[in-house]
Design a protein around this ligand. Structure first.
Ligand code: PEP
Ligand code: MG
Length: 611
């Protein structure tokens, strides 16, 4: 249910890591699911060889030749990176290729280059050992930087640094993953984008890394390559060694080291189930998303980046129920310009056409920080200066985004939605800013959809409880259960210690959802749900029964949700919802929902939903 932390921090210097070995007992590790699929195989530990070049003293006369060698090494590396950038842009799209521009910037870092030359002259040692020294100093300093942007640059610097060292030492040009001799699950402290991009697709069954979040470039690449992956496992490199058998479950972010026979059998079964669902997906994609009695239900996908549109379409979703635009603002030093945002929103709107995309305005805060904005850390970030509150206080940022969204609305079926609305006043204030932007655009003769539907995310209990009022002014509702649950149950959604209290089936949550849907329908507006709950297979029937019009979930969950929708009548679902509304605890609801799923859609329920 929880989304893992989004900030990449790395305390370990990947150039100097020490690995040690523990027992051969089964061990289960939990990380961040980066790309779906289940694989079982042997481990290939990658990238732990320490590139610590031997030290050699040199004579003063050798200095110019060493500097020359350094410059040649840099030039060679530059050529390689440009080649990779071109290949990746051609094969995977320019968005992926652009990652390597950051690598070129490292190469052109004058301070780094000058420091190497100055030390070389002073210490009179071979250039590779001097370069490694400077590089390690950079990595250590950046790993401890307060600025998240700087910390995130560690993997770029490491990647380029290793490449330069290899060239200086006359080493191989490849990353070592293109020519794995047999199929393996690659385990690494981190995989650089170039390692991932150059992977031998047929041999790399999956990969697992110590660091990384779901928005890390490595995770994004894994999804594009369709290689199952789990990142952010923290210590996987400490507990496995070459040849160990592991199970990697990219859907749930789980890696099981040295699994018992029972676990292997269980996962083999689950793998088959997943693969047969994948196969069925092809047929399901063409079938309408409607209940057994023919009532239409919209199944949409959630996206974070424009490139996720492909996955939405390939999983048979009919629209985008939540576009989390803040991801566009992450991993960069500056704020995206109006033009950049416009191009991104326009590209999503045109690719998803004729379906709609609900663009959510900047939802900064909580667990999503933007280093370039210098927003002070707060005691209660989830209840603080975030989302629409922040945007209303920073009209410069808000208006730039609104202009880009409105301009893009001329090119597709685009809807606008505000996050974290707490009451009708806030909704009106945000609308007033939209009106100002519309007036400006009109004056400038820039086209946009004047009737763009504007909806409210209902994720704060006060908005849920006053949704009767909001429904009179909003064009639609989308229930954000990830936050609604944390606020209504007072359970921090990212705190592991109280995760057991985070219950989507809690009667308080179900009653709030019912209230929102009923109030929306009274005013004839559509009510969707875009939190993780929409993709929880055991809860789909309850939500259907409560009258939900639209499910928006991560694209990979869409086929299963569709299968469940197509397996029940609205009346059956209504009956289930009525029964659970009469229950006293979340556990009771959960057990009942799982049993019903097993009874009505046994092949989807499988053993899995039992946890
Ligand atoms: C939610 O709160 O349910 C939601 C979908 O938004 P986010 O997870 O981005 O806070
Ligand atoms: Mg939210």
């Amino acid at each position: 249910m929880q989304r893992a932390g989004l900030i990449l921090t790395t305390k370990k210097n990947p150039m100097r890591q020490n690995r040690h070995r523990t027992s051969k007992k089964q061990l289960q590790l939990k990380g961040v699911p980066a790309a779906p699929g289940i694989v079982i195989g042997r481990v290939h530990v990658f990238g732990t060889e320490e590139l610590m070049p031997p030290k050699r003293n040199i004579a003063a006369e050798e200095i110019p030749a060493e500097i020359e060698r350094f410059k040649k090494g840099l030039a060679e590396t530059k050529k390689e990176i440009i080649e990779i950038e071109e290949t990746i842009s051609r094969e995977m799209g320019v968005e992926h290729g652009r990652i390597f521009s950051a690598h070129l910037l490292v190469l052109e870092d004058v301070v780094l280059v000058e420091e190497v030359i100055a030390r070389l002259k002073k210490k009179k040692r071979n250039v590779e050992s001097i370069f490694a020294e400077v590089l390690n100093k950079y990595i250590d300093v950046l790993s401890d930087a307060k600025d998240e942007y700087l910390r995130e640059r560690v993997s770029d610097i490491t990647d380029v640094g290793k490449r330069i060292l290899r060239n200086l030492m006359g080493g191989r040009r490849d990353s070592g993953l293109e020519d794995l001799s047999e199929k393996a699950i690659v385990v690494a402290y981190d995989l650089s984008p170039s390692d991932t991009a150059m992977m031998h697709k047929g041999r790399v069954l999956g990969f697992a890394t110590d660091i990384g979040g779901r928005t890390s470039h490595t995770a994004i690449m894994a999804k594009s390559l369709e290689i199952p992956a789990v990142v952010g496992l923290e210590n996987v490199t400490d507990v496995v060694e070459n040849g160990d058998r592991v199970i990697l479950d990219g859907m749930h972010g789980v890696v099981i080291v040295n699994p018992t026979k029972r676990f292997i059998e269980k996962y083999e079964k689950e793998k088959k189930r997943y693969e047969s669902i994948e196969k069925e997906l092809v047929e399901l994609k063409l079938l309408p998303s409607e209940t057994l009695d023919g009532e239409k239900v919209v199944l949409a996908g959630n996206i974070e980046l424009p490139e996720d549109v492909a996955s939405v379409l390939s999983h048979g979703a009919e629209g985008i129920g939540l576009y989390r635009t803040e991801y566009f603002f992450m991993n960069r030093r500056d704020l995206p310009s109006e033009e950049e945002q416009f191009n991104a929103y326009k590209s999503v709107a045109t690719r998803i056409k004729p379906y709609y995309v609900i663009v959510r305005t900047l939802d900064l805060g909580g667990d999503k920080f933007l280093s370039q904005l210098d927003v002070p850390r707060e005691m209660n970030p989830f209840m603080g200066w975030r989302a629409i509150r922040f945007c209303l206080a920073r009209p410069d940022i808000f208006k730039t985004q609104l202009r880009a969204i409105l301009r893009a609305s001329a090119f597709g079926n685009l809807k606008l939605m505000y996050p974290m609305i707490s009451g009708v006043e806030e909704f009106r204030q945000a609308n007033a800013v939209v009106e100002e932007v519309k007036t400006d655009l009109k004056k400038q003769g820039i086209p946009f959809n004047e009737n763009i539907p504007i909806g409210a995310m209902i994720e704060v209990p006060s908005a849920a409880l006053t949704s009767d009022v909001l429904a009179k002014e909003a064009a639609f509702f989308s229930i954000g259960t990830n936050d609604l649950i944390q606020y209504s149950l007072a359970v921090d959604r990212v705190n592991e210690k109280i995760a057991y209290l985070y219950e989507p089936t809690h009667p308080a949550v179900l009653n709030l959802i019912k209230l929102i849907i009923d109030n929306g329908h009274r005013e004839n507006i559509s009510v969707g749900l875009c939190g993780e709950m929409a993709g929880d297979i055991s809860l789909v029937m309850i939500l259907l029964g409560l009258g939900l019009d639209e499910f928006s979930t991560s694209p990979i969950a869409v086929p299963e949700v569709k299968k469940i929708v197509r397996s029940v009548t609205r009346a059956q679902a209504k009956d289930i919802a009525e029964k659970v509304l009469g229950m006293q605890t979340g556990k009771q609801v959960q057990q009942f929902a799982r049993a019903k799923l097993k009874e009505l859609v046994p092949d989807v329920a499988g053993e899995w939903s039992e946890g």
